[in-house]
Design a protein around this ligand. Structure first.
Ligand code: ZN
Length: 203
């Protein structure tokens, strides 16, 4: 099982981090040990003093593929949820400054939280998906998939030029504006449309 992530897929978020708008999807990966599902508690890692949440739409791959064309990409995933790409922002900034790989900041244990997956069918409008994210009951992130710089289908097509996509892989599709810090004791909730699909307490 592989976990792919897209960086800077919303102009609003690229802007808040002072990053350039990319001309092709920025892709990175997390290992299997990064995955947490359901109600598993998240323990604040010892190596960071600036843990950030990034709420994202996550799709689950349902068909093996390579060199997938954008027009066929919607056949390759059949479930969607909201996830959190946990990021040690202080470590990431240090690594970025030195031009070093950012796995220590992005791919550590439990850094990829996924909510309950909702099955979707062919008629589901993948370019009009609303999601939102609450920290301690306060709305902090809210977006629609139509705001992505690269649509879910474009992202899958791009990934599949470099990596095979396999059944059970996950793709985190990028975070909108509103990322921020989380602290021990924070309660995080992700909503797909009106349905709560994710809740995590930081321990
Ligand atoms: Zn992210």
């Amino acid at each position: 099982m592989k976990i792919f992530c897209v960086g800077r897929n919303y102009a609003s978020h690229a802007k808040e981090l002072g990053s350039e708008i990319p001309t092709e999807p920025v892709i990175f990966m997390k290992p299997k040990s990064a995955l947490i599902q359901g109600h598993t508690p998240f323990y604040y890692p010892e190596f960071t003093n600036e843990l950030n949440y990034e709420a994202e739409l996550v799709v689950r791959i349902s068909k093996n593929g390579k060199y997938i064309q954008e027009k066929h990409a919607s056949n390759y995933y059949n479930a969607i949820t909201v996830g959190i790409d946990f990021t040690a922002r202080d470590i990431q900034n240090q690594l970025k400054e030195k031009g070093l790989p950012w796995e220590k900041a992005k791919a550590f244990d439990n850094s990829a939280a996924v909510g309950k997956f909702i099955e979707i069918n062919n008629s589901y409008d993948r370019k009009n998906i609303n999601f939102s994210f609450l920290k301690n009951k306060e709305l902090v992130q809210k977006a629609n998939s139509n705001e992505m710089l690269f649509s879910i289908d474009q992202v899958l097509a791009n990934i599949s030029n470099y990596f095979s996509l396999n059944i059970g892989d996950y793709v985190f599709t990028g975070t909108p504006a509103g990322v921020g810090e989380c602290m021990v004791g924070d309660f995080l909730e992700g909503f797909l449309e009106k349905e709560q699909v994710l809740n995590i307490e930081i321990k």
